[in-house]
Design a protein. Structure first.
Length: 296
């Protein structure tokens, strides 16, 4: 029997061990051998034995857990010892049953200021924040977290220029902004923070006409600002976070099927935490009864 070993670590975007049963499927790349291990007990290191070693140690591995997206990689088991692999599983948005959001008082000062200056559905400040459904609240937290960490040449953040939200969606927000934001973003093109992009897919709010649109250069989860202006020279911004090359490519997700759909805020959460080390501050309660990202 082959005596190659794979030491497998399966973690969530916070680097915490996925605390659910793990299914592991391997497919040898030249031989008709497809070892599989189902329902493995979660552990910091899962040891997979009975594998072939280099030069015949190349496998495709697929790893799945009930509340997470399955991901895959190609691996090679070396001849001089065990192979080591750490895989990050993003949460499956369809397995989220509820979300633990931070209290209004725990929000960043600029986020609280913005909510206090905004009126949607007759509500402002904390009542407005508390009235947002889970998707819109997640979208808000994603956006203010990213915008609050995007610093412009004048040393102010994007978030600090937003004066009031006019509409909050799950994947974007519309806000009135200080006109200096547009000037700062234009200047930032020279500093390679933003670059100009096509704004054809972004419709301005009623009474505003489109001006231009910019994205940050992040490989994953880039911030897009699409500007418009009205006859009173007020500026509005349509702000969203793009999943760049696609959520499925970022995590190497298997059979995802989200391509072409609106960017889901829960997917953006996973991108921000895993690839930008930005924590929007909320946690998912999963169908298995676990809390994603909970401290052990």
């Amino acid at each position: 029997m082959p005596d190659g070993i794979l030491n497998l670590s399966v973690v969530d975007v916070y680097g915490e061990t996925v605390n659910e049963p793990i299914d592991v499927f391997l497919q040898h790349q030249t031989l008709s051998e497809d070892p599989a291990c189902r329902g493995l007990k979660p552990a910091k290191i899962i040891k997979i034995t009975g594998l072939r070693q280099s030069p015949q140690g190349r496998y495709r591995i697929e790893v799945d857990a009930p509340s997470y997206m399955a991901v895959s990689r190609f691996i090679n088991i070396p001849s001089d010892g065990p192979g080591n692999l750490s895989l990050t599983l993003p949460v499956n948005k369809d397995r989220v049953v509820s979300v633990n959001f931070p209290a209004f008082a725990a929000l960043a000062d600029d986020a609280k200021r913005l909510l206090g200056a905004s009126t949607i559905g007759g509500q402002s400040g904390q009542p407005l924040y508390d009235s947002l459904d889970a998707l819109r609240r997640a979208g808000f937290l994603n956006l203010v977290t990213k915008a609050g960490h995007t610093r412009l040449p004048g040393n102010k953040t994007v978030l600090s220029y937003l004066t009031s939200i006019t509409e909050q969606r799950g994947d974007r927000l519309f806000a009135l902004v200080d006109g200096a934001l547009h000037s700062e973003v234009v200047t930032s093109v020279t500093a390679s923070l933003f670059h100009i992009v096509d704004d054809a897919l972004h419709q301005p709010p009623a009474g505003f006409r489109p001006v231009d649109s910019y994205k940050t250069f992040d490989h994953y989860g880039n911030l897009q600002l699409t500007f418009s202006q009205n006859d009173n020279r007020q500026w509005s911004v349509d702000m969203d976070i793009d999943d760049a090359q696609g959520f499925e490519h970022i995590f190497q997700v298997v059979h995802n099927g989200v391509t072409g759909q609106p960017t889901h805020p829960y997917n953006i959460h996973e991108i921000l935490v895993a690839f930008q080390e930005l924590d929007p501050g909320y946690r998912f309660n999963l169908t298995t009864g676990k809390v994603a990202g909970a401290v052990a």
